[in-house]
Write a protein that binds this ligand. Sequence first.
Ligand code: EPU
Length: 423
Amino acid sequence: MDKLIIRGNVPLRGEVRISGAKNSALPIIAATLLTSAPVRISNIPHLHDVTTIISLLGQMGVSITLDERFNIQVNANNVNCFDAPYELVKTMRASILVLGPLLGRFGQANVSLPGGCAIGTRPVDQHLKGLRAMGATIDVENGYIKATAKNGLQGANIAMDIVTVTGTENIMMAAVLANGQTVIHNAAREPEIEDLAKFLNALGAKITGAGTSIIVIDGVKELTEGSYQVLPDRIETGTYLIAAAITRGKIKLKNTRPDIVESILVKLAETGAYIETGDDWILLDMKDNRPRAVDVSTAPYPAFPTDMQAQMMALNTIAEGTSIITETIFENRFMHVQELQRMGAQISLKGNTAICTGIDQLQGAPTMATDLRASASLVLAGLTAVGETSIDRIYHIDRGYECIEEKLTQLGARIHRMPHKNN
Ligand code: EPU
């Protein structure tokens, strides 16, 4: 397995371009199953998870072509298989996103039930509950979700018991071609949901309220062709902002959107960072100051994102003061703690709360990535630590950060990838 090697303690300086959002690109690519007309999508990030969803659609008979800038042209006019096999779903849970579109357009889907993952058990009961309310017959047999809707789906009033991102997306996609109106109450409000709705509306869907907790979808007969540009990745944005803060550097991020990272900017301002923003850029300057410790508690958007918890903890390990970090979304999302402790961090865990006392300097150490955002926190810790940090199982980071070592090198970091054969 490839490793990342970082020689830290260098302030990062310069400009970096933010990629398209992984968690927008995945549902948007899945949603192309809803139309037989050609669709063009730009600002797709070059990531392992994106390749996985492209392979999944390819196996179903969807034709997908990529140009050299990773724009994709999709044509789902010849879908001949409605299966998402275990072999693919086990490598990426977001494969569940094909369930809603397959059921909505073809009235059938056979999708492997995603198992738990490193960060939690992550059931999909709310997805199934919503689809059943729309008239789908769903059986879970031999590890597969077998769903049918012989006479098509019917619009329904659906109250989600839990705020779920992909659950909201699956139901929204299923409802686009249903008979009549669907209303999703207690919908997730993440910007990626609004992005998916804008994409679907660009193809002729009738969705209002995306980005609020009540989404109304009026079913249409069919979707047409169209083109769409994926929104910038807010978690990549937040991660690079912390890279600047943790190294006491100064970075300008381009091709991003400050309005979708407000909860992160507020916290970074509390650390003492100087922040300036424009329509599509953000500048963060620590003016060589040590960051102050900040408390964070994760919650659904617009609150502080769980996908930034590990990175914020890395920042707190070297901040001035003590912080309390509370994780409310996933039950096991503290696996980075043990690795950060191996670099000298002072963190104690009590249930879903971590108490972190900032120290002057982390020490480089061999570490192991356990999931995507945990691996990002180890990269950040390595960037500030004295000496060499190695991060094993780096495939986790390739799922969600495009060209991370190239981008960090451009900002002055001393980082390189050690391919498996040289380990
Ligand atoms: N949940 C249920 N039942 C359901 C669905 C969810 O109990 O039917 C629970 C989950 O177990 C969790 C909570 O509800 O405790 C929220 O989970 P959610 O469904 O919102 O998560 P997700 O849709 O599976 C997406 C992102 C995650 C991100 C979460 C939370 C995608 C592809 N994934 O996951 O991203 O952490 O929302 O914001 O959009 C990442 O990018 O690293 C990542 C893990």
